[in-house]
Design a protein around this ligand. Sequence first.
Ligand code: SAM
Length: 376
Amino acid sequence: MKLPAVETMATIIPLKPVPTDALATESANAFLRAAAQAPAHAGPVADAHGRGLSDLRISVTDRCNFRCVYCMPKDVFDGDYQYLPHADLLTFEEIARVAKVFVGLGVRKIRLTGGEPLLRRNLERLVEMLARLGELDLTLTTNGTLLAKKAKSLRDAGLSRVTVSLDSLDDATFRAMNDVDFPVAGVLAGIDAAAAAGLAPLKINMVVKAGVSEASIVPMARHFRGTGHIVRFIEYMDVGATNGWRMDDVVPAAEIVRLIDAELPLAPAEPNYSGEVAQRWRYADGGGEIGVIASVTQAFCRDCTRARLSTEGKLHTCLFATHGHDLRDLLRGGFSDAQVSNAIAAVWSRRADRYSELRTAATARAPKVEMSYIGG
Ligand code: SAM
């Protein structure tokens, strides 16, 4: 298959993470404050390419108990790494308030993420507050380490379902990828608890890194076939600036499908809805489905309706963003919900991001916010 222009690029040297406090400048805050005071905006918004705003990802912590080599490499996220101080984090009340404003602008799906969202204390309380916002698809992405303990209380609080990340069923490979020696069995226990609690359909995210986890693709598909859980194979992406991403590390989605199809025949399935991140494939024998997320080789920017709210309240309009818009400044600055809504609408209506469609060797190397900060 033809790969994008970055195919032949040389090794990228890991950079230091973008300091989060440098991401919002005074002029950006001035723009947001002025937009907040513009004539009121009500109802759904569309961006510069006509894309609506239907999906909100909220990062509730920039901390994680894993050091996945492709996300929070140990040599950068070490004992000296400066995480956000607690006072900088949005409170649950602030998150619920801004989420309600997003719902007014058309958001119908909210995903809690991080960092590792289950590390945020009393997360169930936030889930309860968000569940009260109405008919939402309310979900969460987790590494599964704390899920066995928390699945039932999350479900009771109103969580609809959950996505669990698991990069390999091979214990040695998985321990090497999470880089904290956490065993596969611990995550599988979390998956079982989530299923027992009714957090379904359960999705399982596997990031595929060439030379590291290709051999885990077919065993992963085979293990979850027939369980009702949906494995989603994710192309390794150039998010952030610390993981030393190279195009050579990407296993194209077409190759992932080819490998599975050779052993467990697949047929393409229609998307559940426009803008769905994963391409769906069904097992020909009725054993369920898988998804592939081909952000690198088959960019899906044209359907992207996702906004991201960082742990400290910055609005990012693309996973590959270099800066965010400081909503916390408005939330803590005496602005009304209608004014916060105006500001978000102003940012969204100017949104022209289509990073993955325009990816080059230079953009892949450029500083971007880290996935652990912006939320996966
Ligand atoms: N800690 C939670 C977890 O492990 O699912 C939520 C945050 S994590 C950043 C969200 C998802 O992003 C995980 O499935 C992770 O594997 C994926 N991810 C992180 N870095 C990635 C990268 N460079 N390329 C593709 N997926 C990545």
